[in-house]
Design a protein around this ligand. Structure first.
Ligand code: ADP
Ligand code: MG
Ligand code: ZN
Length: 541
């Protein structure tokens, strides 16, 4: 495994001795595939062109995922005559920072391959194109199976998720994007795999060397903010939008009433939780209006980065190229500023408020949100397109006073114009489960006006977004999950509902959920502790 991060040009990287068993394909065959969409066919052709050595080893069959920072393909590899192996090929966007790419790879090579953490077989590179080849795990769509899972399956799912999280946390990896589309589940084989270390960061004592060089989002944002505009306030920007609130606030007055419009939330960072002077209240509506501005700010930023990257082609062939070291040239390169934030609905309160020291506890919160979906039958549970809306939605479940109190412990002051009581988790889940739907429980958009944010929804999550668009009974007000059941009858999932075990959900389930959704990261349950929780009493590692 030594020098495993040196990405070789024009040939597969030898992560395993199996390499020589690959038989080179007849290259004339490589464009013969069964295509579903012309766009996919084009993408596959482009990938073969960008990384031609792939054609010697793989037949790329289909595109199975597309996110902001990568596209994933299903391919087959001819190992020996007659035996084909399915491989997932992750093609990272060429503008990704080399350290970011190498760190993602290092997470897979060092922590992956066991305990439900995806491993890696090979890596290919040509110029700025990097393709990671992983074992393919066929998996279900979370939304499709959500309401057909028996209670026992839910226990097994969560247990296996904690097993994966225990492993990566042991390596000092904070995944930062734990959600169903990054935790692959093969129901038939009872196999699980945590994937996608594209957002991962290291703890202070991380064992993943390269994560030490990956800038945290908070650092990135403060850096970009300082560059973008001078801000003398110590105000925590909720999305990095330019401080042009007067216009936005006047626009707010004319806007229609929307959920959370009344709950004005503001976050400030101050010493000992004290508020900093000159505060302005930003409500969710103005945040939504501010979005356009935010986007344009980000476009400018990423434009700058792109330009930097393309104007310095020599940086690709610096001292550290094809070695397992990162040279000073690479370390001094600007990191990508476009925030690689996880999905707002899965982000912990300390992430939403941009607390600078984030720990592995943020992944446990995300696991809690998945558990909340499993227990309530609603996915996505929180459907928020921005952090402030997500925070408001958390308050509707965990209580505004409780959220404010917890935020104080990590140095953040949240102002909320309205007091929202905490919900009893069992009552909440049972009420939601009683409604015949797997539509999202909480959404920031009103009935018939849903506009899922394409930037934040992955291909694998699009069905959920579709549900948001088509569901007639969109929640309203501050208790949106209580919306009536009109329109919830549509069953988009293929599996029949499974009532097994749901009649007597033990208190342990809600106790674990409560400990995962602990607003205070310092007291939130760890993966190791969760595995020992009474909820899993008869299960063994
Ligand atoms: P992104 O950073 O673009 O989200 P991911 O690594 O999460 O990339 O992969 C995107 C999607 O591709 C996943 O949600 C999953 O559906 C599919 N995928 C990724 N890795 C594998 C794999 N090893 N086996 C099967 N499918 C995979
Ligand atoms: Mg992903
Ligand atoms: Zn270098």
């Amino acid at each position: 495994m030594e020098a495993s991060l040196g990405i070789q040009m024009d040939e597969p990287m030898a992560f395993s001795p199996l390499r020589d068993r690959f038989q080179a394909d007849d290259s004339s065959k490589k464009y013969e595939h069964n295509f579903k969409l012309p766009g996919v066919k084009k993408d596959i052709e482009k990938l073969y062109e960008a990384v031609p050595q792939l054609g010697n080893v793989f037949k790329i069959k289909d595109k199975i995922g597309e996110g902001t920072f990568s596209s994933v393909y299903l391919a087959t590899a001819q190992l020996q005559v007659g035996s084909e192996e399915k491989i997932a090929l992750k093609h990272l966007i060429p503008t990704s920072h080399p350290i970011r790419i190498a760190a993602e790879l290092q997470c897979l090579t060092e922590a992956g391959g066991q305990d439900n953490v995806m491993g890696v077989k090979y890596c290919f590179r040509k110029n700025d194109h990097v393709v990671i080849a992983m074992p393919y795990l066929e998996h279900e769509s979370f939304l499709d199976i959500l309401n057909s899972l028996s209670f026992q399956e839910v226990r097994e799912y969560m247990f296996n998720l904690f097993k994966a999280l225990k492993r990566i946390h042991h390596f000092g990896i904070v995944h930062r994007d734990v959600k169903p589309s990054n935790f692959l589940y093969n129901r038939r084989l009872k196999k699980y795999a945590l994937v996608d270390f594209g957002l991962a960061q290291g703890t202070h004592d991380t064992k993943i060397e390269l994560l030490k060089f990956v800038q945290s989002e908070a650092q990135q944002e403060s850096c970009s903010r300082n560059k973008a505009h001078v801000s003398t306030e110590n105000k925590i920007s909720l999305s990095g939008s330019a401080p042009k609130e007067p216009d936005l606030r006047s626009a707010t007055k004319t806007s229609v009433k929307r959920p959370y419009a009344n709950a004005q939330i503001q976050i400030k960072q101050g010493k000992d939780g004290k508020l900093v002077k000159q505060s302005k209240t930003v409500d969710v509506i103005s945040r939504k209006l501010a979005k356009k501005k935010t986007v344009s700010t980000k476009v400018v930023n990423s434009g700058v980065i792109k330009k930097t990257a393309s104007s310095c082609p020599t940086s690709l062939t610096c001292d550290c190229y094809a070695t397992d070291k990162v040279c000073t040239i690479c370390l001094s390169r600007h990191q990508q500023v476009a925030p690689r934030a996880g999905t707002p609905g899965f982000r912990a309160p300390e992430v939403l408020t941009k607390c600078p020291n984030q720990t592995t506890a943020i992944d446990m919160w995300s696991a809690g949100v998945i558990f909340l979906s499993l227990l309530s039958g609603r996915y996505p549970f929180y459907k928020a397109s921005d952090d402030l809306t997500a925070l408001a939605q958390i308050m509707t479940i965990r209580g505004s006073r409780e959220t404010i109190q917890a935020a104080k412990t990590f140095g953040k002051s949240i102002l909320c114009s309205k007091e929202i009581p905490a919900q009893d988790l069992r009552k909440l889940c049972e009420r939601l489960r009683g409604q015949p739907s797997n539509a999202p429980a909480l959404t920031s958009d009103t009935q018939g006006r849903a506009s899922p944010d394409p930037a934040s929804s992955e291909k694998t999550d699009q069905k959920a977004s579709y549900l948001v668009q088509t569901s007639r009974a969109q929640p309203l007000g501050n208790s949106p999950y209580e919306g009536d059941s009109r329109g919830y009858g549509n069953r988009f999932h293929e599996c029949p509902a499974n009532l097994e075990g749901w009649g007597e959900v033990p208190d342990e389930a809600y106790d674990l959920l409560d400990k995962l959704l602990d607003l205070n990261p310092a007291s939130r349950i760890t993966a190791e502790e969760a595995l020992l929780h009474p909820f899993f009493k008869d299960m063994s590692l």
